[in-house]
Design a protein around this ligand. Structure first.
Ligand SMILES: [Zn+2]
Ligand SMILES: [Zn+2]
Length: 340
């Protein structure tokens, strides 16, 4: 079978409901193999192009300092988006103090994905209407069957929605708490400053070590290319993780887990787990599911900087699990609750 051969390309139909919940039909039975392949080519080839450019330009217009700036800012701003914007501001997966909250909001702003209130509004709307009409970035909602329609859906969920359905919800309907938060509004008003900072830091580091040319070079790799790379990883959660991969838990949508994106997205690509337990600060629910954003949250928890971290316990997970795990039930229940 094609699906078995291609591992995480495999998609499984889920059209039954959890006992006691209303039956919700999936939008489509299965994504065709041709559209899966076309999607994977579209997702894999551009990063290979960027990596090739890095190889060709190594020692000429790309060097160790650029790599260092790229990695440090990718990690810091990426964690600001994943642990901060997504798990804290959008889903309240934990509690924290005002200084940590401000730091997470600013680091997330430096990933250049729009002001925080708008990002959270669009994201909560995605969860509320997931893969149904009105979802701002579903690859499925409103699509006819067929390869062309699936490819258009994938494009819409990846970047097309940014020009069509992003920011349609302008009022505080989905993010009243954030619109009422003076600290968040203040950080949002300074959004262009954070954009300047996210480009200015790499320039300054390069300039200090090697003058104007090195500053511009570091700004290209540690600024523009780093922002581009993390944006497309984030966009892939919206597109790839609603089309490819496996479903481990019952969710009301087509969300899926994609292991290949986990290291680059800091664990966001355990997206089916996330849709099943939206309030959970932990997305990689199984032992081998790498989730650096959660490891960071857990580290901050041990330092006493965050608290009330939400995680589903074993019983909540068992209720929503689609296929029993080998040895499931042998692990002790975790503290806290994050059932949706
Ligand atoms: Zn989703
Ligand atoms: Zn979410």
């Amino acid at each position: 079978m094609v699906g078995a051969k291609f591992g995480f390309l495999y998609t499984r139909r889920v059209d039954h409901a959890v006992e006691g919940e209303p039956r919700i039909a999936t939008v489509r039975k299965r994504t065709s193999f041709a559209s899966q392949l076309a999607g994977m080519v579209a997702v894999i080839v551009p990063p290979i192009g960027v990596l090739s450019a890095m190889g060709v330009l190594w020692g000429v217009a790309f060097g160790p300092l650029d790599v260092a700036v790229f990695v440090v800012l990718y990690v810091l701003c990426g964690l600001g988006t994943t642990a901060g914007w997504h798990r804290y501001f959008a889903h309240k997966g934990f509690e924290t103090s005002a200084p940590v909250k401000a730091l997470l909001a600013i680091l997330g702003s430096m990933a250049m994905q729009g002001p925080l209130t708008q990002w959270v509004t669009d994201h909560r709307k995605h969860h509320a209407l997931s893969d149904k009409p009105g979802d701002p970035h579903s690859p499925h909602a409103g699509r006819e069957p067929g390869v062309w329609s699936a490819a258009l859906g994938l494009f819409h969920a990846h970047v097309g929605w940014l020009f069509v359905t992003k920011g349609m919800e302008r009022g505080p309907e989905y993010a009243r708490d954030l619109y009422a938060d003076r600290l968040v509004r203040w950080i949002d008003r300074l959004y262009l400053l954070w954009v300047a900072v996210t480009l200015g830091i790499p320039f300054a580091v390069g300039y200090v070590f090697g003058g104007l040319d090195a500053g511009l070079e570091a700004m290209v790799w540690g600024g523009f290319v780093r922002i581009f790379a993390f944006q497309h990883v984030t966009f892939s959660i919206n597109s790839v993780c609603h089309m490819f991969g496996k479903q481990a838990y019952m969710a009301r949508d087509e969300s899926r887990n994609v292991w290949a994106l986990a290291p680059f997205s800091f664990g966001e690509s355990w997206h089916n787990n996330h849709h099943a337990f939206p309030a959970s600060a932990r997305h990689g629910l199984e032992r081998r599911q790498l989730d650096v954003a959660y490891l960071t949250i857990r580290g901050l928890e041990r330092l006493g900087l965050v608290w009330d971290v939400k995680r589903p316990n074993e019983e909540q997970r068992a209720r929503r699990r689609l296929a029993p795990l080998a040895g499931a039930g042998s692990r002790p229940a975790e503290p806290g609750s994050a059932d949706a």
